[in-house]
Design a protein around this ligand. Structure first.
Ligand code: FAD
Ligand code: NAP
Ligand code: FMN
Length: 591
């Protein structure tokens, strides 16, 4: 057997260098005595710069990037954590290495703080032959273009000549385990023989610790340790005759030590509906007392179905297991790769119980539980300012209720809040800090807010905040919903702010009060010249609410305004909007 040499502790190398050299020698001799050079990258020189660039809409990828940066420092790098749009600060063309962590939004699009980077990468980036890179994607398999943005970054960097350190990673909503595996692989490439710290067990995971704004650093409660809060108020905001059920919630943060800022979101840990859990138990032929493993803990099946497992979106594993058990069921052919769209159609409006009913012989609890996804927290834009409501957080939530395949369906978190929190109960919450979605730092800067439907939520917070701090900047709100008589959310407050002049302008678009639909973007276009003059005066432009249609149409309207009122051609308008984004004067909170 070949004896593997090693570098003694007395040799004149740092710990990291020695570890790398030992790994190098181990690799060399394991390869049969050194005929083939092992493909290892250089060990980090002490303090070697390592840009860790993130694209993140709601802070998940940002939090992960910051945790990776902590590990990078422990491994001897000098990490530089930046949003992708600030890539020029990392000077990618000159950088030797860069790590990209990005979520995906819209239909496979980069998040807002990565869109300028993507435009640059596509159109203006130089050859990047000196660069070694690695891309990790965060996404959700329920979207057809899973981790689409990360895939695009990865492919484009390669085509620009940059060298991939390892294949890009793709993480679903419960991303911790797959992110850890990918990050471990990354350290193997970057610091090949160091068997030091790895994500998950180096430093305690605290989503708030590195918050850029610093305001959450002292929180003990976090996403991994949510605060059991009291629900103080649950008020229906719609009037009789509405097709909607939007509710205003007031939640106490007293005693939690949790702090937040206008623009942040609140995470709610939901609990499944007990009636649905009963139906699931019936379909499984179980009583609920059966012991099952969730994580590494044994708990009763009823508890697992109520608090830990997603009963709504079937996982790929469940689909495959259903077909394996009942090969002739209608689902079978839809699992073929080329039938992806048909599968999506089939699954629309169907949940785990619908699938369970396709199998003839029920799964045992031990077979079934690992086939389900974890129940994920839901985020809600906070609709209060802490300065106006100390120790409280307010939310504005639309209850999701619909009928599908003969059963009444309920959105998990929105109906948990609406229906299932008794006086003695608590709701587990955490603060998800936003990056950048804040009222202008300069109190005199004008602010334009576009927030139809529940999109009003953060703007109530912004307006409360500006009132509380006495900010003198002008405020313009575009709000819309279906019918003025039934759906004018926060009507009394908004009208009072308008009357007092706190809201300089209030433009309303009630879509169903006349034959032709009128939307917020129509009001923007009707006021193009004035909106343009506000932008010229340094206004910040904010959008919140429906991502699928509204936010896209509002974006198109903004481009048109730059063309018509700003006298720009299409290219110039695009560049102008990109510039607004890079100045962080165009911020969105869309979902
Ligand atoms: C940053 C952020 C901020 C947010 N802020 C707010 C906010 O302020 N207010 C707010 O109300 N929401 C907000 N949301 C959305 C919120 O997080 C939840 O997604 C929403 O409340 C639904 O969650 P749920 O658990 O009630 O429903 P789920 O159990 O998650 O069910 C919703 C799903 O049901 C399906 N579905 C819905 N309608 C139908 C139908 N008619 N037919 C078939 N299937 C259907 C769809 O797949 C839909 O995705 C925000 C989201 C994000 C990411
Ligand atoms: N994915 C979807 O298909 C879908 C659709 C609606 C809502 N949602 C989600 O449902 C939740 C709550 O919705 P919500 O009650 O806050 O508001 P909403 O359903 O978005 O409705 C608010 C107002 O926006 C109007 N609207 C519809 N399409 C628009 C567009 N393209 N541009 C501008 N305005 C448009 C609506 O008009 P009309 O209703 O009269 O057209 C209504 O007047 C959100 O999570 C939202 O994302 C999803
Ligand atoms: C409106 C919306 C659109 C999304 N679109 C996609 C998508 O197209 N592909 C995907 O893989 N994930 C998609 N996601 C999931 C997010 O990428 C995922 O939740 C991610 O963890 C968010 O990370 P962030 O907080 O860093 O932005 C979408 C999520 C939302 C709310």
């Amino acid at each position: 057997m070949t004896k593997i040499p090693y570098i003694p502790e007395t040799a004149p190398f740092s710990l990291e260098q020695r570890a790398w050299l030992n790994g190098f020698l181990a690799g060399l001799f394991a390869n049969g005595g050194g005929n083939e050079a092992p493909q290892l990258s250089a060990p980090p020189k002490a303090g070697e710069p390592l840009p860790i660039l993130f694209g993140s809409q709601t802070g998940t990828a940002e939090g992960l990037a910051k945790r990776i940066a902590k590990e990078a420092s422990q491994r001897g790098f000098a990490p530089l954590v930046l949003p992708l749009n600030d890539h020029s600060q990392a000077d990618l063309a000159k950088a030797a290495k860069a790590i990209i962590i990005s979520s995906t939004w819209g239909d496979g699009d980069p998040p807002d703080n990565a869109t300028n980077f993507w435009s640059w990468l596509q159109a203006d980036a130089p050859r990047l032959e000196n660069l070694q890179f690695a891309v990790l994607g965060l996404g959700d398999r329920n979207y057809s273009d899973f981790c689409g943005a990360a895939k695009k970054f990865d492919a484009r960097l390669e085509s620009l000549g940059a060298r991939r350190l390892l294949p890009h990673g793709e993480c679903d909503t419960d991303y911790e385990a797959s992110a850890k595996t990918w990050v471990d692989g990354l350290w193997e490439k970057l610091t090949p023989a160091t068997n030091g710290h790895t994500l998950g067990h180096t430093v305690p995971v605290n989503d708030h610790a590195p918050a850029a704004n610093g305001h959450a650093a002292k929180n003990v409660f976090s996403k991994t340790n949510p605060f059991p809060a009291k629900l103080l108020k649950n008020v229906l905001l719609n009037q009789p005759g509405s097709a909607k059920e939007v509710r205003h919630y007031e939640i106490s943060l007293a005693g939690s030590g949790l702090t937040y800022e206008a623009g942040d979101a609140l995470g709610i840990v939901p609990v499944n509906c007990p009636a649905l859990v009963d139906e699931m138990l019936t379909a499984l032929g179980c009583a609920g007392m059966e012991s099952v493993s969730v994580g590494n803990t044994a708990i009763p099946l009823r508890e697992a179905l109520t608090r830990h497992l997603d009963l709504r979106k079937p996982s790929q594993e469940l689909l495959a297991a259903v077909v394996a058990r009942s090969p002739i069921c209608e689902l079978g052919p839809l699992l073929a790769a080329e039938r992806r769209d048909d599968l999506k159609k089939f699954l629309w409006g169907r949940d785990v119980l619908d699938l369970l009913r396709l199998v003839d012989k029920p799964f045992s609890p031990a077979e079934f539980v690992p086939l389900l996804r974890k129940l994920a927290p839901r985020l809600y834009s906070i609709s209060s300012s802490p300065k106006a409501h100390p120790d409280e957080v307010h939310l504005t939530v639309s209850a999701v209720r619909y009928e599908s395949f003969g059963r009444e369906r309920k959105g998990v978190a929105s109906t948990f809040l609406a229906d299932r929190i008794g006086d003695a109960d608590c709701v587990k919450v955490f603060v998800q800090p936003s990056h950048g979605f804040k009222p202008p730092a300069i109190g005199d800067a004008p602010m334009i807010m576009v927030g139809p439907g529940t999109g009003i939520a953060p703007f109530r917070a912004f307006l409360e905040e500006r009132k509380a701090v006495g900010a003198k900047g002008k405020n313009w709100l575009f709000f819309g919903d279906q019918k003025r008589a039934a759906d004018y959310l926060y009507e009394t407050e908004l009208n009072a702010w308008h009357r007092s002049g706190h809201l300089t302008r209030l433009d309303l678009a009630f879509s169903r009060d006349q034959e032709r639909k009128v939307y917020v973007q129509d009001r923007m276009l009707e006021n193009a010249a004035e909106l343009w003059s506000w932008l010229q005066a340094g206004a910040h432009f904010y959008v919140c609410g429906d991502a699928a249609r509204m936010a896209k149409d509002v974006d198109a309207a903004l481009h048109r305004i730059a063309e018509t009122a700003g006298g720009k051609n299409a290219e110039e308008a695009k560049a102008y909007i990109a510039h607004l984004k890079s100045e962080k004067r165009y911020q969105r909170d869309v979902y």
